[in-house]
Design a protein around this ligand. Structure first.
Ligand code: ADP
Ligand code: MG
Length: 266
């Protein structure tokens, strides 16, 4: 069975410009698919369309079936049920997902309380556990902090904890490490890799950097100008890219060798 089945997804602006053109992709339960392409190729819009989050004025056409729910044309009520539970998203900028005026613990308590029906001390413990799971030291201190009082890397871990709060079947990560320092980037990728494995989650991982995608996914789809260029096993694609565009991505990926070593150690 397919968890995510995208068929002929076309995304247009209100003026009728086509930004994503007849894109098809599938993600099976527990599978990890990478979506790669240069800036502006339509990666983020594709992920937003999966959760019915396209910007106002943009329209999706075709079919996006997520865990049996048709997302294209779905109403808010249906989308609310699906978001978080069937798929959750981690954005490049963690502040997208966090309320700057609310303490971290309270923000996490909301989905955790709703999902598990917890209150009081039990809910507090669940919040601390969720922060501990994303390897945040001193979870109690972090829970009391406002987002601006913790580092960028810590904020992205909190955003990941928020995304995991409702046990999604699919984790969508849109350039989750691009805004972080290089050392923090590697830690974050390892963390995602570990958590996804522990929970047997499926992943749709977006990046402009093939080396990053190679660390956390098995199969890759290459996007260019909103169209699929090439798709395949990440190793095959790196060793023998069929398309000129993919060849350029391979050439520009830094640390590709070490990324593949890391991948094979899994
Ligand atoms: P990527 O994530 O691959 O960098 P995006 O999916 O964000 O690319 O964007 C794909 C294309 O759609 C780009 O050409 C971008 O300029 C355009 N685009 C993105 N968001 C909007 C928007 N809100 N209004 C109009 N055009 C947009
Ligand atoms: Mg993007």
């Amino acid at each position: 069975m397919t968890l995510l089945d995208v068929r002929d997804l076309t995304i247009r602006t209100g003026e009728g410009h086509t930004l994503v053109d007849a894109l098809s992709l599938t993600v099976a339960p527990g599978e990890r698919l990478g979506l790669i392409g240069e800036s502006g190729s339509g990666k983020s819009l594709t992920t937003l369309a999966v959760l019915g989050l396209l910007p106002d004025g943009m329209t999706a056409h075709g079919s996006v079936e997520l865990a049996g729910t048709q997302i294209v044309g779905a109403g808010e009520k249906q989308l609310t049920r699906v978001r978080g539970r069937d798929a959750a998203i981690v954005f490049q900028e963690p502040l997208t997902a966090l309320d700057p005026l609310m303490r971290v613990g309270r923000q996490l308590a909301e989905p955790l309380g709703r999902r598990r029906g917890l209150k009081g001390d039990a809910l507090k413990r669940a919040v601390a556990e969720a922060l501990d799971q994303v390897r945040l030291p001193e979870p109690d201190r972090i829970a009391r902090a406002f987002p601006h009082e913790i580092s960028g890397g810590q904020r992205q871990r909190v955003a990941l904890a928020m995304a995991l709060a409702c046990d999604p079947k699919l984790l969508i990560a849109d350039e989750p490490t691009t805004a972080l320092d290089v050392t923090v980037q590697a830690e974050m990728l390892d963390l995602i890799d570990t958590l996804v494995q522990e929970r047997d989650m499926a992943v749709l991982f977006v990046s402009h950097d093939l080396a990053v995608v190679a660390k956390v996914t098995d199969r890759v789809l290459v996007l260019k100008d909103g169209r699929a260029v090439e798709e395949g096993d990440v190793r095959d694609l790196v060793r023998a890219p069929r398309e000129e565009y993919t060849r350029a991505l391979v050439a520009s990926a830094r640390q590709l060798e070490s990324a593949l070593d890391l991948g094979s150690a899994r």
